[in-house]
Design a protein around this ligand. Structure first.
Ligand code: MG
Length: 308
């Protein structure tokens, strides 16, 4: 378990990256056996990680105390991205049910959003909760384009937007409507900035494969939206930030670390295509990496933003 996993390692592109990792720390493959790993989320109190195996219609659970992996929920409605809210509850995107849900303390499931203006959402992909309790999510069409990770269906909305759910009223509002395939999203540590990935290159020649950066107003209004970084290997899917504002993002050759000025400073090489990451462990200095069939992790010399 603690040996060298072939095809893994750190790649320094800019000297700034040298202080971000521990030289002798190694990438571990914690588990393998999924079809498409996505949506990792860390539960500090329970010392476990949940993640989605989307085509297998299940949420898996890795236990930090003994390393065991079990099925947390099946069927999972082909869940994709997850996060935790400020109360520690699981918030999930579901392709099949085309909704965002919250798992309550008693295990019951509350629907947070399943439609906009009377029309069903496409297939919510990734989600983040702001400290004011607002819930922000993307809904590209990947879960309704084919039967592999949802049910094939026509889009009722006819576009792929980014939405915000008001914490007081539950109202679902569009906050960005100029994305082709909005995907991963995360706030800066001070929540003044919101980063959103666009993976439109999956379906459009020369389409976007970048992360854009927006300013966030107190009322949830976004401004700006310039391209922050363009992916050099595959696509940026899900990502998280560390406390210093660096972005740790998925890419086809592993994890790319992008500093707050948009410069790619280094990589964690992974031998499978990476879809998403999150920080975990009691110090949030351990990066969990969803790489297609496997769950990987590596200890870093940075700490993630909490909650994850
Ligand atoms: Mg995604």
């Amino acid at each position: 378990m603690y040996g060298v996993v072939e095809g893994t390692g750190f790649e320094v592109i800019d000297p700034r990256f040298e202080g971000c990792f521990v030289g002798h720390a190694r990438v571990e493959r914690l588990w393998t056996g999924a079809r498409w790993s996505e949506g990792p989320v860390w539960f500090a109190a329970g010392r476990y990680l949940l993640w989605s195996d989307i085509p297998n219609n299940r949420i898996l659970r890795w236990d930090e105390t003994d390393g065991n992996v079990s099925v947390f929920r099946q069927p999972s409605n082909n869940s994709n991205g997850h996060t935790v809210d400020r109360q520690g509850r699981l918030v999930s995107c579901e392709h099949l049910a085309r909704r965002v849900t919250r798992t309550e303390f008693d295990g019951s499931i509350t629907v947070i959003a399943d439609s906009y203006d009377g029309k069903r959402l496409n297939s919510p992909n990734d989600v983040v909760v702001k400290s004011d309790g607002s819930i922000w999510f993307t809904h590209p069409s990947y879960g309704i384009l084919m039967d592999y990770e949802g049910d094939r269906a026509e889009s009722e909305i006819g576009a792929c937007h980014v939405y915000r759910v008001d914490p007081a009223t539950g109202e679902v509002a569009i906050v960005a409507d100029d994305y082709l395939k909005p995907n991963g999203l995360a706030f800066s540590p001070d929540e003044n900035l919101l980063y959103i990935a666009d993976t439109g290159a999956t379906h459009t020649a020369d389409g976007p494969k970048h992360i854009r950066r927006h300013k966030v107003a107190w009322d949830g209004t976004l401004s700006g939206g310039e391209v922050f970084a363009t992916c050099t290997e595959g696509l940026f899917d899900g990502f998280r930030l560390d406390l210093d504002g660096r972005i740790w993002t998925s890419a086809s050759d592993g994890v790319h670390c992008i500093d707050s000025d948009g410069v790619l400073i280094g990589k964690i090489k992974i031998p499978e295509l990476v879809a998403n990451v999150c920080f975990g462990g009691p110090k949030l200095n351990r990066l969990f990496i969803c790489g297609t069939t496997s769950l990987y992790s590596v200890f870093l010399n940075v700490n993630g933003v909490s909650p994850v």
